[in-house]
Design a protein around this ligand. Sequence first.
Ligand SMILES: Cc1cc2nc3c(=O)[nH]c(=O)nc-3n(C[C@H](O)[C@H](O)[C@H](O)COP(=O)(O)OP(=O)(O)OC[C@H]3O[C@@H](n4cnc5c(N)ncnc54)[C@H](O)[C@@H]3O)c2cc1C
Length: 491
Amino acid sequence: MTTMQEDRTTEDLTARKTRIAIFGAGITGLSAAKRLRELAPDVEVAVWDRADRVGGVIGTRIVDGFLCETSVDNFITTLPWGLDLCKELGFQDELASTNSRFRRTFVVRRGRLYALPDGFMTMAPTKFYPMLTTPLLSPLGKLRCGLELLLPRRKSDEEESLAAFAKRRLGKEAFERIIEPLVGGIYGGDAAKLSLQATLPRFAEMEEKSRSLIWAMTKTQRAARRVKREEESGARYSFFITLRCGMQALPERLAERVGRERVRLGRAVKTVARENDGRWRATDEQGVSERFDAILFATDSGAAANALRDAAPEVARLYGQTDHTGVAIVHLAYRNEQIGKPVKGMGFVVPTSEGDGVIAGSFSSYKYPTRAPDGTTLLRVFVGGARAPEMVTLEHSELVARVEGEVRKLLDVKGAPLIVDVARFPNAMPQYYLGRLEWRERLRAALAAAPTLALAGNALDGVGLPACVKSGYDAVDKVLNDLGIAVPKHD
Ligand SMILES: Cc1cc2nc3c(=O)[nH]c(=O)nc-3n(C[C@H](O)[C@H](O)[C@H](O)COP(=O)(O)OP(=O)(O)OC[C@H]3O[C@@H](n4cnc5c(N)ncnc54)[C@H](O)[C@@H]3O)c2cc1C
């Protein structure tokens, strides 16, 4: 019997070129498509995205001369895939390092901003004097933190939460006043549930290898300073970099590289089914279907799990178990003279006990001066997360009033902002909760048993842009291997 869907199929059944579908045209899906075009130029690639633009959560808005990054503000250079991709796409002249005059972070304590002790690196201090003099910790808190140097290794190798690890090694006070706001800003999550081994595994490794984090980090910092001195010549980038023209240019240029004709916008995959010959039939939300030799999901994990429910139930069940939190980004701009207490820093983080739903803020125009007209300051405030999920759905005026209120108190701001820009991302931040390592292994095993199917994106091996790019590359390698097409190894 011929179904209506089959009547409406758009596939040319006479052509037997290998065809691969990529669902999702965010940074992950487009990176995958680019790699696929490079490794297997004879393979036909179709990228579908539900939205009417490429980039997924990435978005740049120019509002009255202010450059507002709605999600990815910048990305790290210690993982190579983001920087390398930018270079491959010819963005060398657009790469901007953070302004070295302002490389300091502040922490809110009792409604005031205090500089993070110089040398404090995410979890541990690496310099003695700044820790001794910081007003962020009490004398007992400092003593407890210093005891870390003497503490023995943990005996168990079980997964541990970020909160339990940090409290065990550095004490409750250092955790609550410094570490929790620093890591909370990265994941928008609850540190008591986040898995250390899945989010910041290098700290677990440090304890295992060197016993003391302070000792291990101090050594690493010294070595890094030595390497930096030796490499004084040649192009170097700061820890974080961005594109001067705005991050949205990255997915746009990627789409050009892949070929716009291959990227079908406004097309959402609804279901996929494995056919008798092992190929896939993907059906979109309009009921139009196409056949593919392999499929790669670079959508959010929920959309992938829904579409895969019947065709790969175990993969769908596991992938669908990913928890997410939502966040909103509020940009506010002021004339410099409106800010009574300006601080010379990249931004600030807010401990749970201090914030009215604000997780962190960055002085966007101090970090990257070209983002705001002369004489003005652009602020970017990160709200919501596991700590205050209600913020993401607050009515516009209430959300803005709460954020403006916080900023006014912290920086002694007078008068109304020059611009306000709000971007909301409900359920956009995957949470790597405890149990994530075992979950990953089970998902990998389920995928290994599902040839020509791959998953990619921020729910898997890292939430930052470089990790997403790599995840797209890895997914391409899996489907090409499954199809028997040889692929060279990448780093
Ligand atoms: C507010 C915020 C700030 C961030 N800041 C930074 C930062 O400064 N630095 C950094 O490195 N990382 C940052 N991240 C993380 C990073 O942005 C993301 O992890 C990354 O961009 C995710 O890319 P992706 O392509 O995997 O997913 P997405 O960007 O979510 O793209 C998925 C795509 O799938 C599409 N889609 C969904 N359902 C379907 C369907 N059924 N069919 C077809 N298409 C579908 C969507 O329309 C979307 O385009 C931030 C994230 C957020 C939310």
